[in-house]
Write a protein that binds this ligand. Structure first.
Ligand code: NAP
Length: 292
């Protein structure tokens, strides 16, 4: 690991959906400036986002306003080979071989118009991963100054442990929301707390299903969260972020919103601490039954 510790902003801005926002370059620059001005300095991408176009869209903005790069931490991911027009794989699959990880990291550097990535994550656990070989790839890319820190996403606690024995990992990026509770029980958040590696949290609003889901669970949860939010004088979105931030592993939620107001709703949660009863009321509404 490099000697400089990684410091992410408490809330991270996610760019999975940037291609859907249909912003021209100057609008993208303006969006990034406004997000930075709010104190959100960490940006989460992946090689495959936007059908392999998201990094380039963000990079175009950095090319137009290069000073912005010095105010931010850039996070990206690799390891998924997704079929697309110029990648006619027979099937979607994972690849953590030295050659593929190196080629994707070098592609990310070009797309993002940067000389160094602050954090690179292995996007999904590759069942064929050779941990010793991958760790050697991490070391050589770091020695070349191309990647400062390494981590994983969607890895089980044991998968994290395996790779972490060969090379220090700074985070496991996990799904958690009032509609996705599995990380609370599968050992990943316990491990994050035990090792003091703050997790990053994806889809904190369940990809918007918290607001739009028509299934019984989503409707029940919305009713409960709406009542709590009204009592606290806040929004359901802010309440969802506060529910995540209440976890003792000190997670970094990643926003997915293209609206500045959506980012503000996440930041508001930093001022809101849920008591145990409200936290468990949300858990109970999600599960559909009380704690045993
Ligand atoms: P999310 O916050 O759960 O969902 C974002 C969606 O919710 C957007 O479509 C947004 O629309 C909508 N939304 C937000 N506030 C709303 C409101 N008040 N009412 C109605 N809709 C609302 O996050 P996500 O985009 O799914 O994921 C966040 C980030 O996590 C991604 O950008 C990516 O960086 C990362 N991620 C990682 C993985 C992984 O495997 N590691 C997987 C998925 C995502 P608006 O834009 O209109 O607000």
């Amino acid at each position: 690991m490099t000697s400089n510790p990684l410091r992410l902003s408490p809330i991270v801005a996610g760019l999975w959906r940037i291609a859907d926002w249909k912003l021209d370059v100057s609008q993208r620059v303006h969006w990034i400036e406004r997000v930075l001005d709010l104190g959100v300095t960490s940006f989460d991408l992946a090689d495959i986002y936007g059908d392999y176009r998201a990094e380039g869209l963000f990079g175009e903005a950095l090319e137009a306003a290069p000073a912005l790069r010095h105010r931010m931490q850039l996070i990206t991911k690799c390891g998924i080979r997704l079929r697309s027009a110029d990648r006619p794989y027979r099937i979607n699959h994972y690849d953590t071989s030295a050659a593929y990880v190196r080629s994707q990291v070098e592609r990310s550097l070009v797309q993002l118009r940067t000389e160094r990535l602050d954090l690179v994550l292995i996007h999904r656990p590759d069942y064929l991963m050779d941990a010793a070989v991958l760790a050697e790839t991490f070391r050589s890319l770091s020695a070349e100054g191309k990647v400062a820190h390494w981590g994983v996403s969607n890895h089980s606690a044991r998968q994290f442990d395996l790779l972490n024995r060969h090379h220090p990992l700074v985070t496991n990026q996990l799904e958690l929301s009032p509609l996705a509770l599995h990380a609370l029980d599968d050992g990943t958040l316990d491990q994050a707390q035990a090792l003091d590696r703050r997790p990053m949290i994806w889809s904190p609003l369940a990809g918007g299903r918290l607001f739009s889901g028509q299934d019984e669970r989503a409707v029940r949860l919305r009713g409960e969260m709406g009542a709590i939010a009204r009592r606290m004088g806040t929004s359901v979105a802010t309440l969802a972020y506060a529910w995540i931030l209440r976890h003792p592993s000190r997670p970094h939620p990643i926003t997915g919103s293209g609206r500045i107001e959506g980012i503000r709703e996440a930041l508001d949660a930093l001022e809101l601490r849920l008591d145990n009863e409200d936290w468990y009321a949300i858990w109970t509404a999600s599960q559909g039954h009380p704690v045993p």
